[in-house]
Design a protein around this ligand. Structure first.
Ligand SMILES: Nc1ncnc2c1ncn2[C@@H]1O[C@H](COP(=O)(O)OP(=O)(O)OP(=O)(O)O)[C@@H](O)[C@H]1O
Ligand SMILES: [Mg+2]
Length: 263
């Protein structure tokens, strides 16, 4: 389906364009009196795998929703490939090449895994039914779900649902993929499988923003981590830099983070 760009799984390194593929500049988003995202700015270069971390309620999913067009920011700008996309509707942003997974996958329960992927290709890319089915057959291999292609999505177990969610977003042919907690709820043994799929997606040339609480995934998959707390960016650096950052340790104090567990 692709293959024009294969930097290898070398997140955080590579020959970057000067213009970031994604630029978030001074974004604010509040819900009533609650400021969910506060004056947030960062850039992502093409080919990067960037982690987005922060305690529960830090504003990570809200930020993804702003980038994907599901929420309009109160102020600030989002640029994709140098173009202002702030406030565009989600389907337009999807057509431009930005896709996102949902923290809780919601496939069509009665459709088979393959049909779910085909539907995403039809609506996300405007493919004909037969072209979408061909595309879906290729993508289902990438996420290693071929054996369950004819099962109704409603009968799939957690890991297969996560695979299907990744397949559905891949079917929209994204340039930038935002993945919201793909490893949550998976067993220890399933995590390497997810890492393999992420590696493969990155090797397809797709830039990735990865929200993840599972530190093992974060430390292995990303070259750079942005940490949010109470809507603000409190750190931005390599995984080791961020883990040694005093503000980050404070934000997570007493929480689930255990960097020694991730080694
Ligand atoms: N649609 C909404 N209406 C009102 N408040 C919201 C809405 N969406 C998010 N919030 C609030 O905004 C804050 C940030 O939530 P968000 O879901 O972005 O956090 P998160 O970092 O993704 O957390 P988690 O790790 O638990 O997924 C929280 O206080 C949340 O309750
Ligand atoms: Mg969230």
């Amino acid at each position: 389906m692709r293959g024009n760009f294969s930097p290898g799984f070398n997140p955080g390194k590579g020959d970057y364009m000067e213009v970031p593929i994604l630029l978030v500049d001074g974004v604010n988003k509040h819900f009533g009196g609650l400021v969910a995202v506060r004056d947030l700015s960062f850039g992502v270069q093409a080919g990067e795998v960037v982690g987005l971390m922060g305690p529960n309620g830090a504003g990570k999913t809200t930020l993804i929703n702003v980038i994907a067009g599901e929420y309009k920011p109160d102020s600030g700008i989002v640029k994709f490939k140098g173009n202002d996309i702030t406030g565009l509707p989600p389907h337009k942003i999807c057509h431009l090449g930005i896709a996102r997974t949902y923290q809780i996958p919601q496939p069509f329960a009665k459709l088979t895994a393959l049909q779910n992927i085909a539907v995403a290709a039809i609506y996300g890319r405007g493919l004909s039914k037969s072209a979408a089915e061909g595309e879906a057959a290729e993508i289902i291999d990438i996420v290693r779900l071929s054996e369950k292609k004819d099962m109704p999505a409603g009968d799939l177990e957690e890991i297969s649902l996560k695979r299907l969610e990744l397949a559905r977003v891949l079917a929209t042919n994204p340039t930038l993929l935002m993945i919201d907690e793909v490893a949550a709820g998976l067993t220890e043994a399933e995590i390497p499988q997810v890492l393999d799929i992420l590696r493969e997606i990155h090797e397809m040339g797709i830039t990735i923003i990865l929200i993840e609480h599972v530190m093992k995934v974060m430390m292995k998959a990303v070259g750079r981590i942005i940490v949010m707390d109470e809507g603000m960016k409190i750190a931005d650096g390599t995984p080791n830099e961020v883990m040694d950052n005093k503000k980050v340790i404070e934000a997570y104090f007493g929480s689930y983070i255990d960097r020694y567990d991730s080694k």
